[in-house]
Design a protein around this ligand. Structure first.
Ligand code: MLT
Length: 243
């Protein structure tokens, strides 16, 4: 296959940079390993019907007041008055089954908002990595790995995951070329993959979550394939892609 017919995978390190990477054809994978996209995968794995990702706390509260379940997190803390925060453990159990849940988080739902008009927007985490890569490989499209980062800054765990996706896809197919962002993250992942927790030891959000006593969340969010579902944006809703 000539390079002209290949599709590009690239990594965007922050929602603020997304307009520079956006195109009308590519699939966007939104990534917020700690913890929004991990929590979203878990909610669908436990049977949630829809998630309404919203940028502001006010919007999430409006949904709550209309009778929806609602999750809200800022600076890694659950906000008062909401049903859930942003821990994957909040979304495990029958209480989410069949429910529509509004969700706002510091970074993850902002990244979804930034990419809303893309050709397709799907949600990625280590929890769904294999099923997502298998699906991406079948799509014959360019891929933009949109890292949510932290308040529009680069972060290590999203970069690590983008590197993991890149390696998995690039090793299994000759249909892709890599943008420089992806190339860098592929090398990063090669350094980190045998001991990801050790690699992330000084990562800012890992330290933040550790300070808050959330080491259990960190470990879980780095454990591959615990929630093999693909959340996809359809209009204002995230739904579980039928495979
Ligand atoms: C976010 O969306 O900002 C993060 O997932 C923060 C968190 O860990 O709760």
């Amino acid at each position: 296959m000539s390079s002209e017919t290949k599709h590009k995978i690239d990594a965007c390190f922050s929602p603020h940079l997304y307009p520079v990477y956006a195109d009308a054809e590519s699939i966007v994978v939104v990534i917020d390993v700690f913890r929004a996209t991990s929590a979203i995968c878990v909610a669908f794995h436990y049977g949630a019907d829809k998630i309404i990702p919203v940028a502001s706390v006010e919007e999430a509260m409006q949904y709550k007041q209309q009778g929806f379940l609602a999750g809200a997190e800022r600076d890694a803390l659950k906000l008062d008055g909401f049903d859930f925060g942003n821990s994957p453990y909040d979304y495990m159990g029958d209480h989410v089954k069949g429910k529509t849940i509004a969700l706002t988080t510091t970074n993850g739902t902002q990244a979804i908002e930034a990419a809303r008009n893309a050709y397709k927007v799907v949600v990625g985490s280590f929890l769904n990595i294999d099923v997502l890569c298998e699906w991406l490989l079948k799509q014959n499209r360019g891929i933009i790995l949109l890292c949510s980062g932290w308040k529009n800054k680069f972060n290590m765990e999203d970069a690590l995951y983008a590197g993991a996706i890149t390696e998995k896809i690039f090793d299994q197919s000759d249909k892709f070329t890599l943008g420089d962002g992806c190339l860098a993250l592929k090398y990063l992942y090669q350094q980190a993959k045998h001991e990801p927790i050790k690699f992330l030891v000084h990562a800012s959000h890992k330290e933040r979550l550790s300070r808050l006593g959330l080491k259990k969340d960190i470990k879980y969010c780095l454990t591959p394939n615990q929630a093999p579902v693909i959340p996809i944006l359809e209009g204002k809703y995230l739904v579980k892609l039928k495979l």
